[in-house]
Design a protein around this ligand. Structure first.
Ligand code: CO
Length: 177
């Protein structure tokens, strides 16, 4: 993977593309350029996960590296998911604080299943079925939500949502200027 492409601009709350359902990637479609932008942007903006529509591509691709901030090792735990689909999830939920590169300076407590089983294509378009737990599971769920036009703020309690509404409205207004 080359890193000679600069980071892309992150699409922010209020941008229409974040509300869209992303399109499936065709088998052996050339997504090298999008992937390079995604990976460069993931590390540049110090994220742990990024969905393609967050940098303006309506494609079902997510990139995740849940460990690099802690270990300071980029790429080692980088995981690429093409057309990811959650095919099973635990009944057990857990709460975690989430934030999002597309919604700066806002976080919230979100309930999600602890474990998930994901079917996806890897970078070589090989089909994989794998179970994830903990932080990884959490990030994958957050990113797959993006591919379906869903943001973590859509999953907050009414009370939390009310609290951050003024901030969200301000972000939205800034987008329309
Ligand atoms: Co996000």
């Amino acid at each position: 993977m080359q890193e000679n492409t600069g980071p892309s601009i992150i699409r922010l709350y209020g941008d229409q593309i974040l509300k869209e359902t992303c399109k499936e990637v065709g088998i052996n479609e050339n997504i090298n350029e999008i992937l390079t932008y995604m990976i460069t942007s993931l590390y540049y903006y110090k994220g742990v996960g990024l969905a393609a529509n967050q940098i303006g591509h309506n494609k079902r691709i997510i990139v995740i590296d849940h460990k690099w901030i802690e270990t300071k090792k980029k790429y080692k735990h980088l995981n690429i998911f093409i057309n990811p689909e959650i095919i099973d999830e635990s009944i057990e939920d857990e709460v975690m604080q989430e934030s999002c590169l597309s919604i700066p300076n806002i976080d919230g407590i979100v309930y999600r299943p602890v474990n998930i089983t994901v079917k996806y294509y890897d970078i070589h378009f090989k089909e994989k079925i794998k179970e994830f737990t903990g932080m990884e599971s959490r990030i994958i769920q957050h990113e797959i939500d993006h591919l379906n036009g869903v943001l973590f703020t859509d999953r907050l309690s009414k009370e939390q949502k009310n609290n951050i509404l003024p901030l969200l409205n301000r972000l939205k207004k800034e987008r329309q200027l």
